[in-house]
Design a protein around this ligand. Structure first.
Ligand code: SAM
Length: 281
C-alpha cells in the first residue's frame, strides 16, 4: 500500500543519518568508535556544511542530554524515540554517565537490524552483558531487554501500544526521564506528534523532552516550560576552541551556506520539574 511505501522510506532515513555521522567522524569532527558497526563503509564524501551541521546537532543534543543525566546523578532513564542506529547508549557507558535504564524505540524492522548488529559485534554486546545481572538477556526478533539497555520495536503513532510495551520492560514513570526525538516527529502528522509529546507530559512528573528538527513545530502540550534555539545559535554557543578545531578540518568556501542551513533547524526542549532537579535551567 501507499502507507507501507511511505513508512519504508521513513525507515530508510536512519541509514542516511548513520552514514553522515560515520563520514563526519571519519574526518574527526567528533569521536564515535561505535558508528562503524552500524554503517558498513565510510561512503561517499559529504559537503563540509553537512558535516558541520551534524557536528552542531550531535554536540548540541549531547550537551543537553549529559546535563540532565548529571543533574539526576544518573538516577534517571532515557527514552530515545525513533532512535534508528544511534550510538548514545555506548557513549554514555564509556563516559560513566549511564542512566538507570536506556530505552530505544523504532519500527520493528529497524529494531531487528539493530539487534542483529548488537548480537554479532562484541564491542556492542559486551557493555550490555557487563551491566546485566542475570545470565540471559531477554531477546526476541523485535525487542532486546537487559538491565540497563532496552530496545523495542513499535510504531510511535500507536501510543497505547507504545506505553504498554515500555511498561512491560520496566519503564518507571517515577524516575526523572529524558525523552529524545531527533528528526523523527517531522515524519508524522501534527496530531500524531502532539499525541506523543502529550503522552510524555502526562506520564512523567519530572522530565525533559529534547526534539531536534526543522524549526517551528514543537508543541508545548502539558509541559511547564519550553524553549528553542536555532542551530546557528547553538553553533555559536558551543565551546569555540572546538568549533575552531572542526572549522580547520575542511575548507568551507561560503559561510553563508552553513548559516542558511543551520537556521532551518532547531533544538527544542520542554521540561517538567516536580523533583526540582533544576533541569529547566
Ligand atoms: N534519531 C536517529 C538519529 O538521529 O540518528 C534516527 C533519525 S532517522 C532520520 C528517523 C527515525 O525515526 C528512523 O529510524 C525511523 O524508522 C524512525 N521513525 C519515524 N517514524 C516512526 C514511527 N512512526 N514509529 C517508529 N519509528 C519511527
Amino acid at each position: 500500500t501507499d502507507t507501507d511505501t511511505a513508512d519504508e522510506a521513513v525507515r530508510a532515513t536512519c541509514d542516511d543519518a548513520t552514514t553522515c555521522k560515520r563520514f563526519a567522524t571519519s574526518k574527526s569532527y567528533w569521536k564515535d568508535p561505535y558508528i562503524q558497526y552500524f554503517a558498513r563503509s565510510v561512503g561517499e564524501r559529504k559537503a563540509p556544511e553537512i558535516n558541520r551541521g551534524y557536528y552542531a546537532r550531535v554536540q548540541g543534543v549531547n550537551r543537553l542530554l549529559d546535563a540532565f543525566i548529571r543533574k539526576a546523578e544518573c538516577d534517571c532513564q532515557v527514552i530515545n524515540l525513533g532512535a534508528g542506529l544511534d550510538t548514545t547508549f555506548w557513549r554514555l557507558k564509556d563516559e560513566n554517565l549511564m542512566p538507570r535504564k536506556f530505552f530505544e524505540v523504532d519500527f520493528p524492522t529497524v529494531v531487528s537490524r539493530k539487534i542483529h548488529n548488537i548480537k554479532t559485534k562484541p564491542p556492542l554486546s559486551k557493555p550490555l552483558i557487563e551491566t546485566h545481572s542475570t545470565d540471559a538477556l531477554l531477546l526476541d526478533a523485535h525487542s532486546l531487554d537487559s538491565d540497563r539497555y532496552c530496545i523495542i520495536g513499535a510504531d510511535l503513532r500507536d501510543i497505547s501500544s507504545l506505553d504498554e510495551k515500555l511498561k512491560k520492560f520496566q519503564l518507571n514513570p517515577e524516575l526523572p526521564t529524558l525523552l529524545l526525538s531527533e528528526c523523527v516527529l517531522v515524519y508524522m502528522t501534527p496530531s500524531q506528534s502532539s499525541n506523543i509529546v502529550h503522552w510524555a507530559a502526562e506520564t512523567f512528573h519530572t522530565a525533559m523532552f529534547i526534539n531536534y528538527e526543522q524549526k517551528e513545530r514543537f508543541l508545548k502540550t502539558g509541559w511547564e516550560h519550553a524553549d528553542a534555539l536555532d542551530m546557528m545559535t547553538v553553533y555559536s554557543m558551543l565551546p569555540q576552541d572546538d568549533v575552531a578545531r572542526i572549522e580547520s578540518l575542511e575548507f568551507l568556501d561560503e559561510r553563508e551556506l552553513l548559516q542558511q542551513l543551520l537556521q532551518h533547524y532547531s533544538i527544542c526542549w520542554a521540561t517538567k520539574d516536580r523533583l526540582n532537579l533544576g533541569n529547566d535551567k
